[in-house]
Design a protein around this ligand. Structure first.
Ligand code: SF4
Length: 227
């Protein structure tokens, strides 16, 4: 059918309820054992799969322990250590610079405010939100990655195009208590069923509420293009 509910709030509530049923245990899929490792893993994950990041950090976290270790690393050596990751040169630079700031301005501890985190090199609002949520138990917003971006648009929850605008648009319609899980549920559904190129609408638990369902609609609202 593919008919969304009348309001975005009702649509968000219905979508969440069904996805909670479908993915009851979903959570962050990056591996880390402390806040610094979390920050580094999230920085590495930009434009890269969590699976690849986990492979790289298995060795990286054994070699480097503290912010001092990263800040003192040679650029070439750190870049080499992460060279199977997208944009490894830039990411190595950002990590060294962010860790130098963490030592100089934050006594070696990963800061716990949005503004202090986004002041670190290579840390945008999305990375900061993940670190706040999973490192400090502070939920200030909704993490909008590529899956959240695509599915929110497909499901008629937003017409905004860019992550920060989407986040602003979603915050009033998604209950605050669900902000953290919203991201993980959408990532799980994006990976399992509603992928970018060929979503499996036949198998989707949201099909009857999705205004992009291929069974009933011609246009993918994520891109605005015809299926
Ligand atoms: S899989 Fe199809 S029906 Fe389900 S959310 Fe994605 S586009 Fe909509």
């Amino acid at each position: 059918m593919g008919t969304p509910l009348d309001t975005r709030t009702a649509q968000a509530e219905e979508v969440l309820e069904r996805l909670y049923e479908e993915y009851p245990d979903t959570t962050i899929s990056l591996n880390y054992s402390n806040r610094l490792e979390l920050l580094i893993a999230v920085m590495l994950s930009a434009q890269c799969t969590d699976e690849r990041v986990n492979k790289v950090t298995a060795d990286l976290f054994a070699k480097y322990d503290t912010a001092e270790d990263y800040a003192a690393a040679e650029q070439d050596e750190l870049a080499e250590d992460i060279n199977s990751i997208t944009y490894f040169n830039n990411k190595a630079k950002y990590i060294r610079s962010a860790c130098a700031d963490i030592i100089e301005k934050h006594d070696g501890e990963v800061p716990d405010t949005m503004s202090e985190l986004t002041d670190l090199a290579g840390v945008g609002r999305k990375t900061a939100n993940v670190v706040l949520q999973h490192g400090h138990d502070i939920v200030e917003g909704i993490v909008v990655d590529t899956h959240v971006q695509r599915l929110s648009r497909r499901l008629g929850l937003t017409e905004e195009e860019y992550p920060e605008k989407i986040e602003e648009d979603l915050m009033p319609v998604v209950p605050e208590t669900d902000w953290q899980q919203f991201t993980h549920l959408f990532i799980s559904h994006g990976r399992a069923v509603c992928d970018a190129r060929n979503p499996d609408c036949d198998a989707c638990v949201l099909e009857d509420r999705c205004p992009s369902s291929k069974l009933d609609h011609d246009v993918d609202l994520a891109s605005g293009d015809e299926w």
